[in-house]
Design a protein. Structure first.
Length: 117
């Protein structure tokens, strides 16, 4: 089973950028469609964006459209989330997930992103 580890979170100010990474062990990420989710305090986990196995974008949540971009780096066996023009409402724990047999069956532990106003 592939294991995922997110990194790159932190505390930033509104308008700043961050780049999150999701590294894999025990498997090759290009085998799987991948996605990013996030969970804000007191809220349910929500979908952010996803990519196909070939790196095409499947969809992007309206709340981050035009600001967040997902990409793959197959040489490093990672997927990334470039987040620009961050807003306080983007504050959340961000998770990457691998789509396995029709469900998101592998998750990382999450990385905290905090955006101050």
């Amino acid at each position: 089973q592939v294991q995922l580890v997110e990194s790159g979170g932190g505390l930033v100010q509104a308008g700043d950028s961050l780049r999150l990474s999701c590294a894999a062990s025990g498997g090759t990420l290009e085998t799987y469609p991948m996605a990013w989710f996030r969970q804000a305090p007191g809220k349910e986990r929500e979908y952010v964006t996803s990519t196909t196995r070939t790196g095409g974008s499947s969809s992007v949540a309206d709340s981050v459209k035009g600001r967040f971009t997902m990409s793959r780096d197959n040489a490093k066996n990672t997927v990334n989330l470039q987040m620009n023009s961050l807003k306080p409402e983007d504050t959340a724990v961000y998770y990457c997930a691998a789509l396995i047999n029709g469900r998101y069956g592998a998750w990382g532990q999450g990385t905290q992103v905090t955006v101050s106003s």
